[in-house]
Design a protein around this ligand. Sequence first.
Ligand code: ADP
Ligand code: MG
Length: 231
Amino acid sequence: MIEVENITYSYGDGTKALDNVSVTFPEEHIFAVTGMSGSGKTTLLNCLARFLRPQSGAIRLNGTEIGGMDEAAFRAGVGVVFQRLNLFPHLTVLENLSLAPVRLGRGAKKGILCEAGEMLERLGIPELAGHYPAQISGGQAQRVAIARGLMLKPGVMLLDEPTSALDAKTSQEFSVWLRELKSDTGFVIVTHDLAFAGETASRGIFMEGGRIVKSGPIRAVLSHIDGGLSA
Ligand code: ADP
Ligand code: MG
C-alpha cells in the first residue's frame, strides 16, 4: 500500500505541478490516475517512483517513508513501466525479462531464464520468448514490458500512459489482459484515456491543476467529468 499525504511539488521554473495531494493506493486493485494533459499525473507518478522528491508532505510504502528506504528495498516494492518501454533492442524477450533479476543477484541465470519462460506462459505470451523487440507489435511490447516488471515481484507497479502507442482495439485487448492477469501485484495506471481507465480500473482519481478533484470508484470518478466517458 502506498499512502500519499499532502504532497506538493513545484518545478524549478515555479510551476506548481502538485498542490497538496493526498491519496491511498491499495495493493490489490487496478487504480487509475486520470486527468487532462498538464494536470500533474506524470509528476505524481515520478514522486511515487522516487524520481522526484516533493517539497512537502510524505509518501509511505507499507508504512515506511520512501525517502529513507534503501534502493534495493524500494525497487523491490515499487516497479515502473515508462511510456517509452525501454526494452533492450539487442536482447530477446526472454533475455529482456531476465536481465534485471540476474543483475540484482536474484538467482542463477539458468533458473531465472526458466522463471522468465514461466512468466511469459502465465501472461499468455510464451510465443514471444525468442523474438527481438523490433519483431513484436506495440501491444505485445506493452505486455512484455509489464512481464519484465513483474519478474521483480513488486507489490505495486506504476504504468505511465500504457495505451498511448496503441490503437483503440489493441487498447481494449490490453485492458482485458490486464484485468485477467493473475498477479499479486497492484497496478497504478496513469492515463488521460478515460475510456481505458473506465474499462480497466476499479478505483481512481481525477486531477486538475495539480489537485485531486474527485476520487473513489472509477465509474463515480468519470461520471463527474462533463460528458462522462466521451470527454
Ligand atoms: P500530465 O502528466 O498530467 O500531463 P505533468 O505532471 O506532466 O502532467 O505536468 C504538470 C504540470 O507541470 C504542467 O503544467 C507541466 O507543464 C508542468 N511540467 C511538467 N514537467 C515540467 C518540467 N520538467 N519543468 C517545468 N514544468 C513542468
Ligand atoms: Mg503525463
